[in-house]
Design a protein around this ligand. Structure first.
Ligand code: ZN
Length: 506
């Protein structure tokens, strides 16, 4: 019979559909899921159960990092603020050719796991990119780190496969011939090579670690892959009912790209190619118009909202309430340590709870704290398409539970629990993190990872990484003037809508 764990006498925020809260109640956990919950539920526990005293603690569902790129984990503070198109030029330069070593990829992934588990993030949806090509060794290193850390992870292979200049408007005409030639000669993975990587990835890792690890698919963005590959991934997502990650209309320039290169919005483009459906995980969705919102809503897809990343790279403000009124499921993510300069989902939640106040003067439409908390938990779980119900505290749900110390300053004095979770908490009140019924952090100590050893190894790799960043910079610098011209030319192209908080300077 499975070992039981009982959390006794905790304050409980279930974040269920009725937003049920208990001033004092118990949770009985067995076989990785919640068996019973409520006042007096501990009476149903068997003798010999592991008992956690919940007095003075808040139990709530673990957070879901709804959109994340673990390859950015070494890049806190590494890059300044600039628009996405220039930012990516320095983060993943198209003329760069150095592959990460498996050990570096392991430590890099583990560093993110440590930061997330300590703050009560129990699930992560990692859209894992590879520079310059996907290798099985790097994929396995990433997945081993997730297996060892004890976090729940759904991971993709995010790998563009068209020449860089095809991903943008105007760039081909702006580049001098010799740079265009070098860009055209960069080795790209074929559709068949990438689908082969997915075959091995799925065979080795989908459902591994007792179902805690899952595979998903990613095109990165629809303009970054061949239409045939875009559709092949769509077939895999549908057959396996797994998420299909696609960054769409993150920036204004991408709206111009849709008009210039495809003659339609990129949302309409994926719809017309048959890959916008309930498996679709549409990331950002900022520069969408009303027709796009109707297509998103009709498809049953989820949207990932990453407001700190959107602020750092000046992408604009997602129309949160319009998506919500259309009935679209929204989750919240960090995006990555390079655009977030941290992996703190509580900070992202606070910004999500604030930024829409300057995006919409109708103050009745500003997000409410419980909506942010729901997006952080069941919204993220729904977008990950996990087979077991997750993201709420209720019988039958996955036991992904965190305990927060209500004696911390964030909750002293306690005026409004939901508001203080969104606007006061920074992750430091989390004392216990449980994933699938397994305690991975107990009294602020990680049980699955030697945190100090990983941090020491990360510091020892920092020199090698800064050399890599120097090479990235020189690979990017020669292209920068042409990307800047492209950005300015796109600014001069009307798109018929505005998602910046301030009016565009003419
Ligand atoms: Zn992203």
């Amino acid at each position: 019979m499975a070992m039981q764990t009982v959390i006794r006498n905790a304050r409980i925020l279930t974040l269920d559909e009725r937003d049920t809260e208990y001033a004092e109640a118990d949770i009985v956990i067995s076989g990785g899921k919640i068996e019973a919950l409520g006042p007096g539920a501990a009476k149903e526990a068997r003798e010999g159960a592991h008992v956690i005293d919940g007095k003075g603690l808040l139990a709530m569902p673990g957070l879901v990092n709804g959109h994340f790129h673990s390859p950015g984990n070494f890049m806190k503070g590494a890059l300044g603020n600039s628009p996405l198109e220039l930012f990516m030029l320095y983060e993943v330069p198209p003329l760069m050719d150095q592959v990460a070593s498996p050990r570096f990829a392991y430590v890099r992934t583990m560093l993110g796991c440590i930061e997330m588990l300590k703050q009560g993030v129990t699930s992560v949806h990692d859209d894992c990119f590879f520079v310059p090509v996907v290798t099985d060794d790097e994929v396995d290193a990433v997945m081993r780190a997730y297996a060892d850390a004890g976090i729940r992870a759904t991971v993709t292979l995010d790998q563009p496969n068209v020449p860089e200049h095809q991903k943008y408007p105007f760039l081909k005409d702006l580049l001098p011939p010799q740079l265009l030639k070098r860009m055209s000669e960069v080795r790209l993975m074929t559709d068949a090579e990438l689908l082969g990587c997915y075959d091995r990835f799925m065979a080795n890792w989908h459902g591994a670690a007792s179902g805690r690890l899952r595979c998903a698919v990613s095109c990165s963005a629809p303009q970054r892959v061949t239409p045939a590959y875009l559709q092949a991934l769509g077939r895999i997502a549908r057959e396996r009912d797994i998420p299909y990650n696609m960054h769409i209309l993150e920036t204004r320039l991408q709206r111009v790209l849709g008009q210039e290169n495809f003659g339609k919005s990129l949302i309409r483009y994926v719809h017309d190619l048959g890959v916008l459906n309930e498996q679709a995980m549409v990331i950002h969705s900022i520069w969408v118009d009303e027709n796009d919102i109707a297509l998103l809503a009709g498809s049953g897809c989820s949207v990932a909202h990453n407001p700190v990343s959107n602020l750092k790279i000046g992408s604009g403000v997602m129309p949160f309430r319009r998506l919500q009124k259309a009935g679209i499921n929204v989750c919240i993510g960090n995006d990555e340590a390079s655009t977030d300069d941290g992996i703190n989902l509580w900070t992202v939640a606070k910004v999500a709870g604030l930024v829409h106040n300057i995006g919409d003067p109708q103050y009745d439409d500003w997000p409410r704290p419980v909506e942010i908390l729901t997006a952080l938990t069941s919204g993220g779980a729904q977008a990950m398409r996990l087979p077991q119900p997750s993201g709420r505290l209720a019988p039958g749900f996955q036991a992904d539970i965190i305990l927060l110390d209500l004696n911390s300053l964030a909750f002293t004095p306690l005026n409004d629990l939901r508001r203080q979770l969104v606007y006061c908490e920074n992750g430091s009140s989390v004392v216990t993190t449980m994933v699938g019924g397994e305690i991975v952090m107990d009294n602020r100590k990680l049980l699955t990872v030697d945190e100090e050893a990983i941090k020491a190894e990360a510091r020892s790799l920092a020199g090698e990484f800064s050399d890599y960043m120097v090479r990235c910079k020189s690979a990017a610098d020669e292209l920068e003037p042409y990307y800047r011209q492209m950005y300015l030319k796109a600014l001069d192209t009307p798109v018929g809508l505005d998602r910046w908080a301030g009016p565009m300077v003419p």
